[in-house]
Design a protein around this ligand. Structure first.
Ligand code: AHG
Ligand code: MN
Ligand code: MN
Length: 350
């Protein structure tokens, strides 16, 4: 470009994408693919989207306040400051209640299933872990929100027992990771997995990772190895086989463990490998919750081409919780990596 005197340096031509797919646009386009859709599901997702944006905002703000040391343990009116776990839950509950489309809500932070009688005609139930990985919060390590959506059966009485369903009944699931930026991953039953990145300036989730497919294999394992004393023999044998390969040419796997399921899952989804929280002698049922941690993640992983099984090597999406906060062991990740753990268990007659 020629430049006349006094006109300053030429401005570099930045290529601006004016045709951005936001989550809002994505949901509208999805809805139009289903002629029978009433728009209820889309509205519910908009309410979910708002809760993710709010939680992301409060997490960012909390770190800032902690860093600059401006806040003590009480606020200006003298009330104790609410922990982010509670704030996250309150945001989620309010968003679901006021969406008008949610009848039942199971949250990790609520002992009983919440029944929104003000929305008696609402046809959806939501399960959620509002802040997953909260022990990492004060260290500024990524945490997340996990969610799943069920459609209630015709003639539903709005009872919590109606939610003792396998993950295969989920109509949608996903998670948002609050990291350097907020990343939302969502999938619908039998559909693709799509990843969105929060653009803070626009205040919108932008489709940045369309049709996510995870690598078929990758030499990375993610597990709390501090529990290995309590592991079953099969589990010990499996992890040892990754660390001490039999073939001389074989390289040992890398270990990566953040301790926030959402963050470990997101990395595993992108890079491949395996994430595990096995049931063990100390926690015979496992640690992670079936309804709002294991099942939604299993659906994401399967739809991205991976596998997810419990500690009995049953497909995670077929596991029915006995109560709403029931737990399970879980192995999830790249297809071939999960197959290896299944094969070790098979050898032992499972
Ligand atoms: P939450 O913060 O919702 O209670 O979940 C914590 C979970 C999960 O995020 C993580 O994978 C696991 O607990 C970590 O457990 P350990 O500290 O036992 O490794
Ligand atoms: Mn959790
Ligand atoms: Mn939690």
């Amino acid at each position: 470009m020629s430049q006349k005197n006094g006109e300053g340096a030429p401005v570099a031509q930045e290529k601006i994408n004016t045709d951005i797919v936001t989550l809002t646009r994505f949901l509208t386009e999805e809805q139009s693919k289903h002629k029978e859709a009433t728009g209820d599901f889309t509205l519910l997702c908009h309410a979910l989207q708002f809760s993710f944006k709010s939680i992301a905002y409060y997490i960012r703000r909390a770190s800032l306040i902690n860093l600059s040391g401006l806040a003590g343990s009480s606020n200006s009116t003298g009330d104790d400051q609410k922990k982010l776990d509670v704030i996250g839950n309150d945001i989620f509950v309010a968003a679901m209640r006021t969406s008008g489309k949610c009848r039942l809500l199971v949250s990790e932070e609520e002992e009983k299933c919440l029944v929104f009688d003000e929305n008696p005609k609402a046809r959806y139930a939501v399960v959620c872990d509002p802040i997953d990985g909260s022990s990492n919060l004060d260290a500024g390590v990524s945490v997340g929100t996990i969610f799943g959506i069920f459609r209630l059966a015709e003639g539903s009485q709005g009872k919590q027992e109606e939610l003792l369903l396998p993950g295969s009944e989920l109509v949608a699931s996903g998670f948002t990771m609050y990291g350097a930026s907020a990343q939302l991953v969502i999938t619908m039953k039998g559909g693709n997995v799509n990843g969105f990145t929060m653009d803070n300036a626009l205040g919108e989730f932008i489709l940045t990772h369309p049709d996510m497919k995870m690598p078929k294999s990758r030499a990375i394992y993610s597990v709390n190895e501090g529990n290995s004393l309590y592991w079953q023999e099969e589990v010990k044998e499996y992890f040892n086989s990754l660390k001490y390969p039999i073939e001389k040419s074989g390289k040992p796997y890398s270990a990566r463990y953040i301790g926030s399921m959402v963050a470990d899952a997101y990395r595993t989804l992108l890079y491949g490998g395996i994430f595990a929280y096995p049931a063990d002698k100390k926690s015979p049922k496992g640690k992670l919750r079936i309804l709002y941690e294991c099942a939604p993640m299993a659906m994401v992983f399967e739809n991205a081409g991976g596998q997810a099984v419990n500690s009995r090597m049953e497909r995670m999406l077929t596991v029915v919780p006995e109560h709403i906060h029931d737990r399970s062991g879980i192995f999830m990740g790249s297809y071939d990596e999960v197959q290896k753990v299944i094969d070790v268990h098979k050898k032992h007659g499972h």
